[in-house]
Design a protein around this ligand. Structure first.
Ligand code: FES
Length: 106
C-alpha cells in the first residue's frame, strides 16, 4: 500500500465533479474506493474492461504489461483504472462514478 511520504496526485472525476488523491503506487480504482468513491469494476486485473473510462488530462502508467485495450483505444485516451496508477494530476471522464453509500460498503 502507500506510505505517508509517497507522492499523491489529485484526480478529478467528471461530470460528477468528484475528487480524490491517488498515491503513486496505488491503482486508481483502489485509491477512489479508499476515498469513498465507487467506479464500475469487475475483474480488477485489466481484462474485463468493465472499468474502462476516458482520461481527459494527465498521465498514467499500468501495473501490468498488457492491459486489455487496443492501441487505438489507448490513443483515444481510454484507460483501465483497476490497473492504472497516476503519474500526474488527472482528469477522468466517468459517467458512472458515484459516492459510496454506507449501505453499499461491505
Ligand atoms: S475491472 Fe476489469 S478491466 Fe478493470
Amino acid at each position: 500500500m502507500s506510505s505517508p511520504e509517497e507522492p499523491r496526485h489529485p484526480v478529478s472525476l467528471e461530470p460528477a465533479g468528484l475528487r480524490f488523491d491517488a498515491p503513486a503506487s496505488v491503482p486508481l480504482l483502489k485509491a477512489a474506493q479508499a476515498a469513498g468513491i465507487r467506479l464500475p469494476s469487475s475483474c480488477r486485473n485489466g481484462t474485463c474492461r468493465a472499468c474502462m473510462c476516458r482520461l481527459l488530462s494527465g498521465t498514467i502508467e499500468y501495473t501490468i504489461e498488457w492491459p486489455g485495450l487496443l492501441a487505438e483505444e489507448k490513443r483515444e485516451g481510454w484507460i483501465l483504472p483497476c490497473v492504472a496508477r497516476a503519474t500526474s494530476a488527472l482528469v477522468i471522464a466517468s459517467s458512472e462514478a458515484s459516492v459510496q453509500t454506507q449501505a453499499g460498503k461491505r
